[in-house]
Design a protein around this ligand. Structure first.
Ligand SMILES: Cc1ncc(COP(=O)(O)O)c(C=O)c1O
Length: 414
């Protein structure tokens, strides 16, 4: 079974997944036969072990074939496609995403990525000079830059907190955000899963606290969607953005934006979209002609994800992270910048070595051990290490190489 050498077709992949339908997520998490089959669905570069899937979780071959077929079909139909079913198809696929996110179709649109989704909210709010926004040093750079822009443009005051890598409790984090809120605060941004460490924040508790103070909350879900299980309404947030080319494994350039019912009227669209009801979310969805075949490929990625099972995917990603972090947490000089508690992390973790610059660690991992990662070097955010993001094709033996490398490098620095 594990020896299959050519990537599995879409149909074969479905059959493979169906064969293991009777297994619970917990039982399947460490079933290497099953995951070897999933791995065979990918075409992997032999040059390195890719532990940097957090940027882009590239597609298994079956999804890639589906995408290429969509490109061919749209090209075949040309403007006919664009003038007939383009918008209906996009709406139907957005409805499938809404079902996956547990929200209403009137609350979700397909965008190109998290940056577009969240920067539209940040830039589109009706800011006045002196209004305040709250965010964290550990949030994603593009959004922090957008807040700087509205500070310059509208006189918004940005209050930036720092989230500890190893919080003692949810309350510690909620209090940090609560203390940054004043009567002038209009928006609070939080990461659902911090991109540089993988830490999961207690989103619902933060939202409830902020709402009690009359403040709306925007959540950056770039790394959470199709990674951990939740529904957006359950989080109690007002705005939520995610990139689908990350954990849902769509082709590059697919994202989504959730705007809670009744909140769309607060936002100026990025690009004008005719005369529509102020609360019609489609007001925020005008982007002109774009690669519509990418929209179509989202449906295939949802099929793949649901056929596998959200619970099975989350359990495996958690299993992989725990597999390697448990082996290195106690090695002297190794610093794991990700909380150990299951509720505070899943597939992503960050690891550094005392006395070694993250860039040097990343370079050594690649050159000496053939492991590809990304260096995160922010003394300000208190995160200095390499981010490790396995996707479903990564196997424990790949992570053994990482564990061995970290042990050797940590030993060499002592
Ligand atoms: C937390 C977080 N937010 C936003 C983004 C931006 O995603 P995109 O480039 O797909 O817009 C990223 C990308 O890595 C991220 O990690």
């Amino acid at each position: 079974m594990a020896g299959l050498s050519t990537p599995l077709s879409g149909m074969a992949m479905q059959k493979w997944i169906n064969r293991f339908n009777n297994f619970s997520a917990a039982d399947l998490a460490g079933n290497e036969d099953f995951w070897a089959g999933i791995r065979n669905g990918y075409k992997l570069k032999p040059d390195y072990i890719n532990l940097e899937n957090g940027y882009y979780n590239f597609l298994p071959e079956s999804l890639l074939e589906g995408f290429i077929n969509h490109v061919r079909e749209v090209n075949y139909q040309g403007s006919y496609y664009m003038r007939t079913v383009q918008f209906d198809n996009k709406k139907n696929i957005a409805a499938r995403l809404a079902a996956m996110a547990g929200c209403s179709v009137e609350e979700l649109i397909i965008t190109r990525n998290t940056t577009e989704s969240l920067d539209m909210i940040i830039g589109g709010l009706h800011w006045s000079a002196g209004d305040e926004a709250v965010m964290a040093l550990q949030d994603y750079g593009a959004m922090l830059e957008m807040f700087k822009l509205v500070a310059k443009r509208h006189g918004v005051v940005n209050k930036i907190i720092s989230v500890p890598n190893h919080p003692a409790s949810d309350e510690e984090i909620v209090t940090l955000y609560a203390n940054a809120i004043t009567t002038k605060t209009r928006l609070l941004m939080i990461s659902h899963m911090i991109n540089i460490t993988g830490q999961i924040l207690p989103v619902r508790k933060i939202c409830d606290m902020a709402h009690n103070k009359g403040v709306d909350v925007m959540v950056d879900g770039a790394h959470a969607f199709a990674h951990i299980q939740y529904t957006i309404p359950d989080l109690h947030c007002d705005y939520y953005g995610a990139s689908l080319h990350k954990w849902l494994s769509t082709p590059l350039g697919a994202g989504m934006l959730y705007v809670k019912k009744g909140k769309a009227e607060k936002i100026w669209p990025l690009l004008a979209e005719g005369d529509k009801d102020a609360n019609d979310i489609s007001r925020l969805n005008h982007i002109g002609t774009h690669p519509v075949h990418t929209d179509l490929a989202i449906a295939n990625a949802i099929d793949y994800y649901t056929t596998m099972g959200a619970d099975k995917k989350e359990a495996r990603l958690r299993f992989l992270q725990k597999y390697w972090t448990d082996k290195v947490r106690n090695i002297p000089n190794v610093v794991v910048n990700t909380p150990v508690e299951a509720a505070r992390s899943c597939g992503i973790a960050n690891v550094g070595i005392k006395g070694m610059k993250p860039a040097v660690l990343a370079e050594t991992l690649l050159k000496k051990y053939k492991i590809f990662t990304v260096a995160i070097d922010s003394a300000e955010a208190n995160v200095q290490g390499c981010r490790i993001t396995p996707n479903l094709y990564i196997m424990p033996q790949d992570l053994d190489v990482l564990v061995k490398a970290l042990g050797e490098l940590a030993g060499a620095t002592s």
